[in-house]
Ligand binder design. Structure first.
Ligand code: SF4
Ligand code: SF4
Length: 342
């Protein structure tokens, strides 16, 4: 078994990129502790709780020698999604338009792991991660040559762009590593300039507590009022700093059925989202990355988003929201009350 045969099998399983990094203490891994100490992680306390493991994959797999890093393109449209949102529609980050990547990428990684186990022989050890383990995925992806971590903190591949899911197999196989990705941001500052909340506080440095992705998905209670105008029609995630990136002008487009938009995404009307019953949303969240936010947080963001509507439409949308059992949850009730006042 060679790196070439591993990459060939990864490609056959649907991965667009595959590279190998040493399971070492790469210098960028150390930044996480500082970032957390500066308060940039907000309510994501699980990051601090697992900071030691995240500093070195050998805390996750003691015998680790290599990290096999993979990426799969999820982009399904050419035009930037933020610009494509029409009045009255909600914006959902494009990574959540199709199937839940945790499930799909994990299944493919398990198949790759099974193939490795079959071919590696006795003593083989490995674990898989898809945004679900204490692994700084982008650092290993960069070290494995899949691209570079841009000033917007996303992993960018010069040929494919940044609309990619990442995953890893941490293993005790001693594999020859690839050369790391080379930073090609140059003098560009488009992502910093475009971020509506100034969340990219410096090149390569994200303050998650200001990021609309964090605010719509991770924050469980009310979103601080200072950010609600910036949320605009976003009810899940934010794509702006990737939409404006010149490396996404010719981003790869996937025809993988897993990532094709489900239902009426990405053209979901806010009034329809507000009218859909709680059971309807629960059904809709099955098999979707949207379930990370859950019904209450989505309802909260819908209420904030009604501030984008003309007065009559806003009242109708808020009345529709208020009829569901979820509207009695404090976070939703607070958001509806705020939206009625504004
Ligand atoms: S995802 Fe949106 S809010 Fe977050 S850093 Fe990028 S542009 Fe800013
Ligand atoms: S927008 Fe420019 S600075 Fe930001 S990640 Fe893309 S190339 Fe780098």
């Amino acid at each position: 078994m060679t790196p070439a045969s591993i990459k060939s099998h990864a490609a056959a399983l649907g991965f667009d990129l595959c590279g190998i990094a040493r399971a070492d203490r790469h210098p960028k891994l150390a930044r996480l502790a500082t970032w957390i100490a500066e308060g940039r992680a907000g309510e994501m306390t699980y990051l601090a709780d697992s900071a030691d493991e995240r500093a070195d994959v050998r805390h996750t797999l003691f015998s680790a020698r290599s990290v096999i890093s993979v990426a799969v393109v999820y982009n399904t449209t050419k035009p930037p999604s933020s610009e494509a949102v029409a009045p009255g529609e909600v914006a959902v980050a494009r990574y959540a338009w199709g199937a839940d990547y945790h499930v799909v990428v994990k299944q493919r990684l398990r198949e790759l792991l099974q193939w490795l186990a079959t071919n590696a022989g006795p003593g083989f050890e490995a674990v898989t991660c898809v945004d679900d383990g204490p692994v700084q995925e982008r650092v290993y992806a960069e070290a494995a040559g899949l691209g570079w971590i841009g000033k917007n903190t996303c992993l960018i591949n010069p040929a494919l762009g940044s609309w990619m899911f990442l995953g890893e197999i941490i293993t005790n196989l001693d594999l020859e590593a690839d050369l790391p990705g080379v930073d090609q941001c140059g003098t560009c500052t488009r992502c910093l300039d475009a971020c509506p909340t100034g969340a990219i506080v410096a090149p390569y440095e994200l303050d998650a507590t200001r990021c609309l992705s964090y605010l719509t998905i991770e924050v469980r209670g009310a979103v601080d009022e200072q950010w609600r105008d910036s949320l605009s029609s976003r009810i899940f995630g934010c794509d702006i700093c990737q939409d404006v990136c010149p490396w996404n002008r010719r981003a790869a487009v996937s025809d993988d059925p897993a990532w094709q938009p489900r239902g009426d995404l990405p053209r979901l009307r806010l009034i329809d989202a507000c009218q859909l019953s709680d059971d309807g949303w629960i059904e809709r969240l099955k098999g979707s990355a949207l379930k990370r936010a859950g019904v209450h947080r989505l309802r909260r963001s819908m209420a904030y988003a009604t501030s984008e509507l003309p007065d009559a439409d806003r009242s109708a949308a808020l009345d529709a929201l208020a009829q569901h059992p979820s509207a009695s949850a404090p976070v939703v009730a607070d958001a509806i009350a705020w939206a009625r006042r504004t």
